[in-house]
Design a protein around this ligand. Structure first.
Ligand code: UD1
Ligand code: MG
Length: 432
């Protein structure tokens, strides 16, 4: 059965107390809504639609790279049922299944969606994804009948004390035939404490028409909704735990997993070891057998086999560390390529540079790449030795097998096989 996915993202998110739309708050360094678009793609949705509200420009700008996402406007946020109804005109004579995802539940897994679809394939007219929680707070509660089928969903605000004691909660995610959704939605009213049109009312409406409504469950760590900053931190924590498991299952050693922070797209090879207290910003790819030592911070870079990074290294965007490179403590590298076996072991800044194989960058070397106006580049050849406490002033080319004397300031190009000295000569004088 082919599938369309509708992501509800129009809510004001007032509990976040933020100037930014809730679904643009990041988890794993990408906006929440990206997680849901990725999920929709992973379950091979035919069409992906997002319902957006008054902050629609911010959201459409943010997701414009996902050209396949169709935007549905909900000008007034009258509730989740109303949000789905706003998409009705996009589904004329549509016989596909429609999967509803909530923009503020970013951690739902592909396998939970598979389970939900299985209920549909086995005959359920409407299927809902639930989860068990020890502290169900404001989640809607799923009320089952004696046969274990779903009878209704009660919002916490409208629940009796007995209903509130139920721990089986609504994740918000549901699936049914698209036509069925829109015919049932016309029957939803807003006669409830919040005066909103609740999508959750579809369950009792479907039951009144003797339809089969079933629920399956997923772990709470997947289903948790993000309504305030506390939820955001909890969801980030769950994302990190899942990502740590994923990288360890793929063959990476994390010595103290809970101290390593990943981004959504971090890739790590096998037999790589990550020491405690490391942060991977967006866009990091680490190949096999690398060691990332403690307190390093990496963003948008590629680190190839057998490299060693850190401790206390900062690897910034557009950096490539080729095989066997060694980057040591207090070294910052930006937009540079360090070719095979280059060593920059202590206290250096390397920016807008390319450094040839086997070259050694001494302690305290600064690549002076910024002239106050623009960035200029520096090329350093192979098997070259840059002595300690050297400033290399861009633009600059230093050839192969060069030795730069310690303490030099190098402003002119250096030909291959040369010794370059750019410092005042030492004078030793006899005391009176
Ligand atoms: C909702 C569910 C609740 C469930 C919980 C799971 C309803 C009525 N309640 O409550 O049963 O346990 O999610 O996290 O559905 N939205 C719109 N337009 C609107 C209102 C909301 O697009 O008019 C979007 C929001 O942006 C959000 C999602 O729908 O992504 C859910 O809305 P929210 O207000 O967060 O509902 P909850 O109170 O969390
Ligand atoms: Mg919510």
């Amino acid at each position: 059965m082919s599938l369309s996915v509708l992501i509800l993202a129009a809510g004001q998110g007032s509990r976040m107390k933020s100037q930014h739309p809730k679904v643009l708050h990041p988890i794993g360094n990408i906006p929440m809504i990206y997680h849901l678009i990725t999920l929709a793609k992973n379950v091979k949705a035919n069409r992906i639609l997002a319902v957006v509200g008054s902050t629609s420009n911010r959201i459409t700008d943010s997701i414009k790279a996902f050209t396949e996402v169709e935007i549905v406007k909900q000008s007034k946020q009258l509730g989740t049922a109303h949000a789905v109804l706003c998409a009705k005109k996009h589904f004329v004579e549509n016989h596909e299944d429609l999967l509803i995802l909530y923009g503020d539940s970013p951690l739902i897994s592909k396998s939970s969606i598979k389970e939900l679809r299985r209920l549909r394939e086995n005959g359920a007219d409407l299927a809902v994804l639930g989860f068990n929680s020890k502290n169900p707070k404001n989640y809607g509660r799923l009320i089952l009948n004696a046969d274990g089928e779903l009878e209704k969903i009660v919002e916490a605000n409208d629940a009796t004390p007995e209903e509130k004691a139920i721990s089986f909660c609504n994740s918000g995610i549901m699936i049914a035939n698209a036509n069925l959704f829109f015919s049932l939605l016309n029957k939803v009213s807003n006669k409830n404490t919040s005066k909103e049109f609740y999508l959750t009312d579809l369950v009792s409406i479907a039951r009144k028409e003797n339809m089969l409504v079933q629920a399956t469950s997923c772990p709470e760590s997947e289903a948790q909704g993000v309504n305030d900053r506390l939820d955001l931190a909890k969801a980030e924590g769950s994302f990190q735990s899942l990502k740590r498991l994923e990288v360890m299952r793929n063959g990476c050693t994390l010595i103290d997993p809970s101290t390593v922070f990943f981004s959504f797209d971090t890739e790590i090879g096998t037999d790589t070891v990550v020491e405690p207290n490391v942060i991977f910003g967006p866009g990091v790819r680490i190949r096999d057998n690398v060691r990332i030592r403690s307190f390093s911070y990496l963003e948008k870079c590629l680190v190839k086999r057998n490299a060693v990074v850190g401790p206390f290294a900062r690897i910034r965007p557009e950096t490539i560390l080729e095989e066997g490179v060694k980057v040591g403590n207090f070294v910052e590298i930006k937009k540079s390529t360090l070719n095979k076996n280059v060593k920059a072991n202590h206290l250096a800044y390397i920016g807008n540079a390319s450094i040839g194989e086997q070259t050694n960058v001494g302690a305290g070397t600064i690549f002076c790449n910024y002239d106050g106006d623009s960035k200029n580049s520096i090329e350093v050849g192979e098997n070259t030795f840059i002595g300690s406490n050297t400033s290399l002033v861009a633009p600059l080319k230093i050839g192969d097998r060069v030795i730069v004397g310690a303490g030099s300031t190098i402003t002119d190009d250096v030909l291959q096989d040369s010794l370059a000295l750019g410092r005042s000569r030492q004078v030793n004088k006899k005391k009176n």
